[in-house]
Ligand binder design. Structure first.
Ligand SMILES: [Zn+2]
Length: 98
């Protein structure tokens, strides 16, 4: 009986191809701050349909359009808790999202 014709493993098979859509959309991950789990996503802020200005809740300054920044929301609440932070502000943010 012939052995099953498994395709040969090529070098690099384990590495998934880069998904440009994911990179463009930002990479989503989770982070804990003060025991609260947040979904964190980076964004370039340059999407054509993002025609608005966000106010960073950490420093109360606006995030200019086209500025790479961090979007975070409470993983156990809904996305209405989503806030836009400057990247360094998110790093130092330790409070809870309202
Ligand atoms: Zn800020």
């Amino acid at each position: 009986m012939p052995r099953s014709n498994r395709p040969k493993r090529k070098k690099g098979d384990e590495v998934p191809e880069l998904n440009l859509d994911v990179i463009r959309a930002g990479i989503k991950k989770t982070e804990f701050k003060n025991g609260v789990e947040y979904v964190v996503q980076t964004t370039t802020g340059s999407r054509a349909d993002d025609d608005k200005v966000w106010k960073c809740p950490h420093c109360n300054q606006n995030i200019a359009k086209g500025t790479a920044h961090t979007v975070a929301w409470d993983a156990h609440r809904d996305v209405s808790t989503r806030r836009h932070f400057h990247n360094p502000c998110w790093k130092s943010f330790q409070g809870k999202l309202l």
